[in-house]
Design a protein around this ligand. Structure first.
Ligand SMILES: Nc1ncnc2c1ncn2[C@@H]1O[C@H](COP(=O)(O)OP(=O)(O)OP(=O)(O)O)[C@@H](O)[C@H]1O
Ligand SMILES: [Mg+2]
Length: 262
């Protein structure tokens, strides 16, 4: 079998927090994690509270550097990069999706999505039409008819779609989602998981931190952390289809003919 294109290559990642230099109190949040992901993967990161998920996310997202170990993202060795390169990698290679959407309130959906493209102004890329690119991704997430709406005029699920469009607009190496449906009801959760599956089917690599096993079944692979170590790495057998589950959920909840939230 041909090997896929490596997007994430983490080798022996350790992250220690030195709490008290005198007494040498050290919290070992990650104790030598090896994690590799190829283009087109859809991975859940799971584990109990305190196991190191956020610490791993911060390193994956180039928000933090490991104490030791190497992390190569899309062929770039991040640990050796200076702060400018590190920021460039974070802005261009990673699309972040958070539980709380993090949209700018007084800014339309279209402007929210355009925002990451303005950081690219320094690059001499005249061919990039920012507005066209933002419109294209908003259409891709099914919000072509809501582009001029402000976040307050959108449902939670629609706001998360805008956030996903914003994460996609720079065509990142992967999407890093942190409990992306934590603020959404069941219907909207299935809608967002369906959108992730749709984007993943088109080849987008997605890494998602989740506490919920019932969400992990929509991904393709589950890695589990415990006490700072990767203790399990398994493919999802019997993977579920979120669009089908949404139809079924609608049938059972809106049989009376009333409208759903979308
Ligand atoms: N800035 C910090 N300083 C010191 N210790 C920290 C820091 N951040 C995290 N830790 C410790 O590192 C370990 C892993 O924390 P982390 O936040 O990565 O866990 P988590 O898996 O995300 O947990 P949760 O599910 O509760 O969010 C914990 O023992 C935590 O107390
Ligand atoms: Mg956490």
């Amino acid at each position: 079998m041909l090997a896929g294109i490596p997007v994430i290559q983490m080798s022996q990642i350790k992250r220690e927090y030195r709490m008290d230099v005198k007494n040498d109190v050290v919290v070992r949040a990650l104790r030598g994690v090896d994690f590799f992901a190829q283009e087109g993967e859809f991975v859940s990161v799971m584990g109990p509270s305190g196991s190191g998920k956020s610490t791993l996310m911060n390193i994956l997202g180039c928000l933090d550097k490991p104490t030791s170990g190497t992390y190569t993202l899309d062929g770039i060795e991040t640990s050796k990069s200076n702060s400018d390169t590190f920021a460039y990698i974070r802005n261009r290679k990673i699309g972040f999706v958070f539980q709380s959407f993090n949209l700018l309130a007084r800014t339309t959906a279209l402007e929210n999505v355009e925002l990451p493209l303005f950081y690219r102004q320094k690059e001499k890329n005249k061919s990039l039409n920012k507005k066209d690119r933002a419109i294209a991704v908003l259409n891709e997430v099914g919000l072509g008819d809501r582009m001029d709406h402000f976040p307050s005029q959108l449902s939670g699920g629609q706001q998360q779609r805008v956030a996903i469009a914003r994460a996609m607009v720079n065509d990142p190496a992967f999407i890093l989602a942190d409990e992306p449906t934590g603020n959404l009801d069941t219907g909207m959760t299935l809608e967002i998981m369906g959108l992730f599956q749709q984007l993943n089917n088109k080849g987008k690599t997605i890494i998602m931190v989740t506490h919920e096993p019932e969400l992990a079944v929509y991904t393709k692979r589950i890695i589990t952390l415990r006490d700072g170590k990767l203790v399990s790495d398994k493919p999802v057998l019997n993977r579920r289809n979120a669009a089908d589950d949404l139809v079924q959920w609608n049938n059972t909840h809106f049989r009376d003919g009333s409208c759903g939230s979308w």
